[in-house]
Design a protein around this ligand. Structure first.
Ligand code: MN
Ligand code: MN
Length: 310
């Protein structure tokens, strides 16, 4: 595989991996790891059910909000924050079964007042902005500054908190490194940089907390990603912590999908997924990377940068 082919493959794997992690983890959402063990043994297949009574392979807000960002960006052929906000609003109007409170509040604020940035709120350190970061990372490939700007602009539609901001930027950088084929040691250095500025993300002594608090969420993903040797091991380990298992699963699935690559996605899981959904995720992942500065270096990078500046 040449470099471009490999990168596109890793991008597809990341977006499909996100949906796989969401679908695998959703039945375990809000369960403790002990409850998962007594109900499923080790949850390592996509079985549906859970408090949302999902069909096997059905995905939730983590995948759906990521799709909103991906579709709006591809439709606009560049970064369009209003396009993304409109897409979130249409999604909320469709009465999705699973919506986080902070996301709902932010989208409703946009619908009522047209505001594109939530005010700072000390309680907004949830994982709702980082769970939908993947498409932004794909679109910004090759440009760290663009990544920061787009990460914060998409995040603050609903979440305005330094821990959420830092999580979104770091997750985006990890995706960039993984897509470019960097080693786990290099990715670990990126996480160390985050921990230097925000020590609460340290996962040296992982306590097993996997709540929707963005610090717990990323500690869980980091712990399982860095000890894993395969996509499946990473995502299964993550969702079996319970808690916000669909969201930790989605974030772990995107990162592990980008890092381990397409050939590692478990076939028995893919069989449970809606084929049209998988095809759309693959197409959007490729389209986003093709819009990125890495691919369009001599085209309109500058124009894109201007779009994100308010
Ligand atoms: Mn969800
Ligand atoms: Mn969740």
């Amino acid at each position: 595989m040449n470099q471009t082919t490999e990168m596109l493959s890793r991008a597809r794997s990341a977006f499909v991996g996100l949906a796989l992690g969401d679908a695998l983890g959703a039945p375990a959402e809000f369960l403790t790891s002990g409850e998962i063990t007594s109900r499923y043994g080790r949850l390592d297949d996509i079985v549906g059910g859970g408090w949302l009574r999902l069909k096997p392979g059905e995905v939730t807000d983590d995948t759906q909000m990521s799709l909103c960002i991906a579709r709006a960006t591809v439709a606009a052929g560049g970064w369009s924050l209003t396009g993304i906000a409109d897409s979130f609003a249409a999604w909320l109007r469709s009465k999705p079964v699973d919506v986080g409170e902070t996301c709902r509040r932010g989208i409703r604020r946009y619908m009522l007042k047209g505001e594109l940035e939530a005010p700072f709120n000390q309680w907004d350190a949830g994982n709702g902005a980082v769970m939908r970061m993947l498409p932004t990372a794909l679109f910004c490939l090759g440009d760290a500054t663009l990544l920061e700007q787009c990460a914060l602009s998409q995040a603050r539609l609903t979440h305005n908190h330094p821990l959420s901001d830092a999580a979104c930027i770091t997750f985006g950088r990890l995706i960039h490194l993984a897509l470019l084929g960097f080693s786990k040691n290099r990715l670990k250095r990126e996480v160390d940089t985050l921990i230097q500025s925000h020590p609460s993300f340290s996962f040296d002594h992982y306590r097993g907390l996997a709540t929707g608090y963005v610090v717990d969420t990323l500690q869980t993903v980091f712990h399982h990603f860095f000890i894993s040797r395969s996509f499946e091991e990473c995502v299964v380990g993550t969702v079996n912590q319970g808690g916000d298992a669909d969201t930790t699963g989605a974030i772990a699935g995107a990162l592990a999908g980008a890092y381990y690559g397409e050939a590692e996605l478990p076939k028995r899981w893919l069989k449970k997924m809606d084929r049209r959904l998988v095809a759309e995720l693959e197409r959007l992942a490729e389209d986003l990377v093709k819009l990125s500065p890495l691919f369009s270096q001599d085209k309109e990078v500058v124009g894109k940068l201007q779009v994100v500046q308010k």
